[in-house]
Write a protein that binds this ligand. Sequence first.
Ligand SMILES: Cc1cc2nc3c(=O)[nH]c(=O)nc-3n(C[C@H](O)[C@H](O)[C@H](O)COP(=O)(O)OP(=O)(O)OC[C@H]3O[C@@H](n4cnc5c(N)ncnc54)[C@H](O)[C@@H]3O)c2cc1C
Length: 308
Amino acid sequence: MTGHLKISEALRDVKVGKVWFDEPMSRHASLKLGGRVDALAMPESEDQLEVLVRRLKENHILFLPVGNLTNILVRDGGYRGVLISLRGLDRVMCSPAEDGRFWIAAQAGAALGRIVGLAAERELTGLEFCAGIPGSVGGAVWMNAGAFGTEIKDVLVSVTVIDGEGKKKTLRREEIAFAYRKSNLPENAVICGACFALSKGHSGQIRDRMAEILKWRQEKHPLQYPSAGSVFKNLPGLPAGRLLEEMGLKGRRLGDVQISKKHANFMINKGQGTASDMVKLIRLVQEAVQKERGLFLETEVVIIGEES
Ligand SMILES: Cc1cc2nc3c(=O)[nH]c(=O)nc-3n(C[C@H](O)[C@H](O)[C@H](O)COP(=O)(O)OP(=O)(O)OC[C@H]3O[C@@H](n4cnc5c(N)ncnc54)[C@H](O)[C@@H]3O)c2cc1C
């Protein structure tokens, strides 16, 4: 049975939201490139999500939860399994906590920008550093997204996941180990939501900080082109962008994928870029860095799928 036939058979008699088969990721990923996935499923409720995860597990079908696909590169040969998009789960709530702070509870598919906006509206401080990060709440928690010395773990209270047995459970921040752009959440755990603690701040200061960050991003990042943000993780004390700039790699191009002339840690799609061009450019950079500096540059961008 081919991939999508097996998937449609497994999901035949259950309601799991919308499912697209043989879906090109160039249509969904911020890079505007990438191969086809056997199926892209978008549950509309947490119940549907639980059913979907259980069914896929029972049928030994590979799956990966995704948010806004702003940090993923799907190889041109595509992904043999189901990408579970959390975008249908996007409720957000703000409430006072007992300790005088405020909680923002968000489902995983809510855009980070939405909770940043809600916090500003309620004059709550703590999330300004996320201004301009285009991911979802689930993706930001999984990746421990960060900027300007603050990471998502710094404002996190708890995370609700569907675990390896397909059961929902809530983990307190203290139960999860976070590091630079990663967490030790179990592989295949699907984040359904997260809760953040924020403090009362000053509206003007919050909005000024957000405006300052957005202006900085406009000036430093090549936002007019499709990208997945920083391609490589920084090395201790050495930003990857600075290293690549020093090595003269800015502007290097393979097909329509180019190392941005504006920021060397961004690879941009100039129109007809392919995942294969980008993977080759990533390898070229890693080999050059290894050869010239004896250092290994790890990718921040998550690469999945098969070669074409
Ligand atoms: C212009 C631009 C600027 C950026 N700036 C920054 C920045 O300043 N700082 C920063 O940290 N990042 C930045 N990024 C990268 C990216 O936006 C973040 O990593 C973001 O947190 C990814 O969220 P996402 O929803 O797009 O995740 P996706 O790209 O969809 O997924 C990323 C990873 O998270 C996992 N994941 C996603 N959702 C879930 C879930 N619900 N449950 C379990 N796992 C999940 C996926 O399996 C994958 O491994 C930038 C990207 C762009 C394009």
